[in-house]
Design a protein around this ligand. Structure first.
Ligand code: SF4
Ligand code: SF4
Length: 96
């Protein structure tokens, strides 16, 4: 596999990984105290307004500081919602 093919494979794998998310917003505090970066589109799908810079200190809509971590870290301790698209991957032992 040359560099171009590898790059395409990485893009494809990332797209497939991102597609697992159901955009429910549960892992970003949708039902409690949402992160100030959490937003929803007109179809009711949630997204992060700062996705590329999300990991690290963040603030809720009420001004509480917390640390945004990867979904892998979240799943070590809790299941954000019953249908989280990453939970099955995590439980199966496949790396996410
Ligand atoms: S910064 Fe983290 S917790 Fe906040 S909306 Fe983005 S992904 Fe969710
Ligand atoms: S709980 Fe899971 S499915 Fe819902 S937004 Fe978070 S990562 Fe995506």
């Amino acid at each position: 596999m040359d560099d171009i093919e590898y790059s395409k494979k990485q893009e494809k794998d990332e797209a497939a990984f991102e597609a697992l998310c159901k955009r429910c917003g549960a892992c970003c505090g949708r039902d409690d105290e949402p992160c100030s970066n959490l937003a929803a589109d007109s179809g009711g799908n949630y997204y992060c307004k700062a996705y590329d810079a999300r990991i690290g200190p963040q603030t809720t809509i009420n001004g509480c500081v917390f640390t945004c971590v990867s979904i892998r870290e979240v799943l070590k301790y809790s299941l954000p919602c019953p249908g989280c698209g990453y939970a099955l991957e995590y439980d199966s032992g496949r790396c996410i």
